[in-house]
Design a protein around this ligand. Structure first.
Ligand code: NAD
Length: 378
């Protein structure tokens, strides 16, 4: 039983983790490492999930984030049909001043102590280079630079998956999967968004675009001019108000909220940004407004598919071919949502929960500790 310093009220840690298999608290005084590893489920295979570094105000906040994110990873792995379960790690600290090679080596030792039950890599606040240090202590690391045997830039398959997601959505909404002849409002022209925007232009689409980075906007506008397509840059929140066929959020989360839903003048929302809905009820609000929503964790799974595929040795062609499945999965979810009269988010969650039940019956709990079977080949 734990007594919080501030309130002296008791709380039950197991109540927090009742849906999770395991939570590991990691402390190394020498390097200042304070980390939490949450394993939600290993029903599909070893848990997989990035390691976030953030200056959480309290341990409880860090724990809740690790639990929430690791559960999300189980759903993402189920939807992408990869041989991993859901896990996540959080390091409590400021990524701008608390990092050191030794801290990541210490973290790697804790990951190694889990005997192959948890694989990790970069997430918000950490870089592939940080995990080169962890790799000295454990093989259970994914997404390191290609020079160290990793699979490279994950935004390539992520962008590819977004394009498959738009095609499946176009099929359902407009009766044809083709990308041309439509107008897309792309928010964020970073690693993923720019690749999606350029591909849409190549396919004959017109765009509205916005990004805080003017150089990225100029690059896409120049490409549009070069191939005779219309690319209209808009400022900040104006992207929610333009009249377009599909809104493509590729910048940050929470963009679908009470305010933006009233503004949107599109038929569908399909993008790479994580946690696009500020709240689950916004899926229902979109449905009521007649806007089709492609659940983000289905659409943006290309990067996950790539790191999970490292299990078999990095192979870009195989990853892109596995990413194609996003098209069929999304169509199946749209069909289920229509048949059951539920939102696409509810349909996606049910789809994953059914898969999880099937896998739980098939696999033995903790059966994945046999490292040689699961070890990533480098
Ligand atoms: P990125 O950092 O390369 O790009 C994000 C872009 O959004 C940047 O160009 C930034 O300037 C822009 N931006 C930030 N705030 C903005 C604002 N207010 N208005 C307009 N533009 C703004 O990130 P990324 O890798 O391209 O990822 C984009 C999104 O997709 C993120 O939400 C990320 O979590 C998610 N995602 C990425 C991957 C991947 O493989 N990279 C995988 C899954 C999900």
């Amino acid at each position: 039983m734990i007594v919080t310093a501030q309130t002296k009220e008791t709380f039950d840690l197991f109540a927090y983790m009742r849906e999770h298999e395991q939570v590991v608290f990691c402390h190394d005084e020498g390097t200042g490492l304070k980390a939490i590893i949450a394993i939600h489920s290993t029903a599909l295979g070893p848990a997989l999930g990035g390691c976030r570094m953030y200056p959480y105000a309290t341990t409880e906040e860090a724990l809740i984030d690790a639990l929430r994110l690791s559960k999300g990873m189980t759903y993402k792995c189920l939807a992408a049909d990869v041989d991993f379960g859901g896990g996540k790690a959080v390091i409590i600290g400021d990524p701008r001043k608390d990092k050191s090679p030794e801290l990541f080596r210490a973290f790697g030792q804790f990951v190694e102590s889990l005997g192959g039950r948890f694989y990790t890599g970069t997430d918000m606040g950490t870089t592939p280079e940080d995990f080169v240090h962890a790799l000295k202590e454990t093989n259970c690391i994914v997404g390191v630079p290609e020079a160290y045997g990793g699979s490279g830039d994950s935004s390539i398959p992520t962008a590819e998956g977004v394009v498959y997601g738009i095609q499946a959505t176009n099929d359902v909404v407009f009766g044809s999967k083709h990308l041309h002849g439509k107008t897309y409002a792309v928010q964020g022209l970073g690693k993923v968004g720019k690749k999606v925007a350029l591909r849409l232009l190549e396919e004959g689409a017109d765009l509205y675009v916005c990004d805080l980075n003017e150089a990225a906007v100029e690059e896409v506008v120049a490409y549009g001019k070069q191939i005779g397509a219309s690319v209209k840059p808009v400022n900040g929140t104006d992207i929610y108000r333009v009249e377009a066929d599909v809104f493509v959020p590729c910048a940050f989360g929470g963009v679908i909220n009470d305010e933006t839903i009233t503004e949107l003048r599109v038929k569908a929302v399909v993008g790479s940004a994580n946690n696009q809905l500020a709240d689950k009820r916004h899926a229902r609000m979109l449905k009521e407004k007649g806007i089709v929503y492609a659940p983000d964790y289905i659409v943006n799974a290309g990067g996950l598919i790539q790191v999970a595929d490292e299990l078999y040795g990095a192979n870009k062609e195989r990853v892109l071919s596995k990413t194609k499945a996003i098209y069929e999965t999304l169509l199946a979810i749209y069909e289920r949502a229509e048949a059951a009269g539920v939102t696409t988010v509810e349909a996606a969650d049910r789809f994953c929960e059914e898969r999880l039940q099937q896998r739980r019956r098939r696999n033995d709990f903790f059966a994945h500790q046999q490292r040689p079977k699961w070890a990533i080949r480098r």
